[in-house]
Design a protein around this ligand. Structure first.
Ligand SMILES: [Zn+2]
Length: 347
């Protein structure tokens, strides 16, 4: 078993500077405030929902990009991380929001979620699809430069990694890494950041976390993610927000019922979450009242011992199932569920 301090050092290496300067003063004067006005940061209804259309992408340029060096994930951190066991005096919780985008659509940006998190100083982690980063350049840059937020990899075009192998599997993982690193390089060129000493050093050089699209994986995909120096992050509390019939109250009731110290909560910020933004005012103050502190996944991992499963969630109800069945009309559409939102580990 690895000691906490040694684990912290490993995590810091994977996450590229975990525990670096994220002081309160910096949160109030994040890099995003250097580059965007309040109105430019705020939600826009026009961006909220996905649009089904294909877009031209500079894949050739992306493939040429040399990735930041990374060491493979150590054996004791491989597998799918569901939650984190914390010391008894710590009451931390991580909200996560997926920014999924498929080859067929340009996904949305649920700015109401981000506005709420900023207004109430709630830290969170966004798992961004590489294609989402490419098609939402300004929004991705805003998230990357906001010290409240951490970004993770959610695949290039949201493939079920059990169905791809070889080059396609590598693309799913590494093109998203490249999309992030290209976005970071472009940020370095912005005039608004030039006057800020060490601006780029505040933005992690690479993504260190990976969330499997659809919550599915197999041994080869887990191996590929670990080989790329990424930690596979799943969840233990599901908002169920892809279901249109989940009200804000139902989402909040579920999260409040199942949250415990060390939990990782999954929701969506790509316009495929319904009532998520409206649920946050019912969730955040209530959890703070109970003594919870919101942290990023990286911070949660550094504070305790990750609970790691050997397998991923498969077709159990949860992330994207409704969306997936909507795209595949021959599949049986799942019944709406009020609960059943905390998965059992499958190993
Ligand atoms: Zn997703």
């Amino acid at each position: 078993m690895i000691r906490t301090s040694a684990r912290g050092a490993l995590l810091a290496a994977i996450l590229g500077g975990l525990g670096g300067p994220t002081a309160v003063a910096e949160e109030q004067h994040g890099l995003h405030a250097q580059c965007w006005t309040g109105p430019a940061l705020r939600a826009s209804r026009r961006e909220l929902r996905p649009v089904y259309r294909r877009v031209a992408l500079d894949l050739a340029g992306l493939r040429k990009l040399e990735l930041a060096p990374a060491s493979p994930t150590p054996a004791n951190l491989r597998g799918s991380i569901r939650r984190v066991d914390l010391p008894p005096d710590k009451k931390l919780i991580a909200l996560t929001f997926d920014l999924c985008e498929t080859p067929h659509d340009v996904a949305g940006y649920d700015g109401g979620i981000v506005d709420y998190l900023r207004a109430h100083k709630v830290k969170a982690t966004f798992f961004a699809g590489g294609k989402w980063i490419e098609t939402h350049g300004e929004r991705a840059a805003q998230l990357m430069t906001d010290p409240l937020f951490e970004l993770g990899n959610h695949g290039w075009t949201h493939q079920d990694v059990r169905r791809v192998a070889g080059r396609r599997l590598q693309d799913e993982i590494l093109l998203a890494q490249r999309a992030y690193e290209r976005a970071r390089a472009r940020l370095a060129q912005r005039a608004c950041l030039k006057p800020v000493p060490g601006a780029l050093s505040r933005i992690p050089e690479r993504l260190g976390l990976f969330r499997f699209p659809y919550g599915t994986c197999d041994a080869k995909a887990l191996h590929a993610v670990a080989k790329a120096g990424l930690l596979a992050i799943q969840w233990d509390v599901v908002t169920g927000d892809p279901s249109r019939d989940r009200s804000a109250r139902a989402i909040a009731a579920t999260v409040l019922r199942h949250a415990r110290p060390g939990s990782i909560v999954i929701a969506h910020a790509n316009g495929r979450g319904w009532n998520t933004a409206a649920a946050l005012p019912l969730i955040v103050p209530a959890l703070r009242e109970q003594g919870y502190e919101f942290v990023t996944v990286g911070e949660l991992l550094a504070a305790g011992k990750p609970v790691i499963a050997r397998t991923c969630y498969q077709w159990s109800p949860g992330d994207h199932r409704r969306f997936e069945t909507a795209r595949r009309p021959h599949m049986k559409r799942p019944r709406a569920r009020d609960d059943a939102t905390v998965f059992e580990t499958t190993d």
